[in-house]
Design a protein around this ligand. Sequence first.
Ligand code: PHE
Length: 378
Amino acid sequence: MIAIRRVSRLLSSAASTAVPSRPPGPCLPSIPQAIWDKTETRLHLNRQNPLGQLKLRIERFFSGRHRDEFVMFDNIPPIVSTKSCFDDLLVPHDHVSRSTSDTYYVQKDQVLRPHMTAHDVPLLKEGHRAFIVSGDVYRRDTVDKTHYPVFHQMDGVRLFGPSVSNEDVLTDLKETLENLAQTLFGKEIGVRWVEGSFPFTDPSLELEVYWEGRWLEILGCGELRRGVLDNSGISSDHRGWAFGLGLERLAMVLYGISDIRLFWSNDSRFLRQFQAGDLHVKFRPFSEYPATQRDVAFWINKGATVHENEIHELVKLVADDTVEDVRKIDEFERDSLVSNCYRITFRHMSRTLRKEEATAYHEEIKRKIAALLPVEVR
Ligand code: PHE
């Protein structure tokens, strides 16, 4: 087995203490305690979990490909500055990823990282030239079978000296990631490159694999922009590439896992299937318990706005992993008032949910929506 060079230490003094369970400053929507609780779990470090196994396999790929060149980071705490998360990466000021409806702000200038790319500039500044950085990332988002407010990403960076041309960088990037896809999906896997768009890379690319009859995007990457390298203190004759991939997405495709909540469950019927650490396991879904649906309808007060993500977050806050899906099923306007209706699907992961439980969740969700948002529940 190939030895993995691993560096495990803290990013900065600001983030070096245990994650605080305190409310953020005024004006910022607070981060739910359930989200803070998840910062402790670090599924990517759990070797019993398919996410942990996949992460190890990818690290092993990079250690083997360029022996000892890549340094591995997997234990950097999730609070990062808006500077390293956005400014240093040339993310425009009006980019949606900066909004409080997408990103969890701890303070005005600190967030729970929404992507692992937040560590690229700090690690380059520290002098690292090739690294893989893995960890838990946080986004306010919709709730369904493929989205969860916490997920896991792996980012990689490789720098090159003056003798390497821009074309060479792209060739190396493509070869490396095509090879990674073959390692994960098998030698015969069909791959194609499509144009991507990230503020920090130019050109930006996405890699797709042809898997079970469909083209699926598995990662984003590109050549790091000169501005990002300048912000990292890298001299002008150097170039580099970067990529980022989502572990849940990859594991769901690779193993055929249909519900993202399963990664968080301790259900042995799930974990048992990945015990051998084999990449070619096909997940055999166990029978699902029945689903129960409930609708919530409300008028949005005149002049107010309600972001869809806020509704999803409130529902999740109340019913946690018993919620399988939330979706807006109706929206209309009357006398300049807007009405929204959301359908919530409850399904317990390991038992049948009783009608009274679903009703209790439903009532509590309506109460919270009415109490916390500028709406009139109908
Ligand atoms: N950070 C990007 C994302 O979260 C992925 C990415 C990383 C793209 C590095 C290009 C380079 O989607």
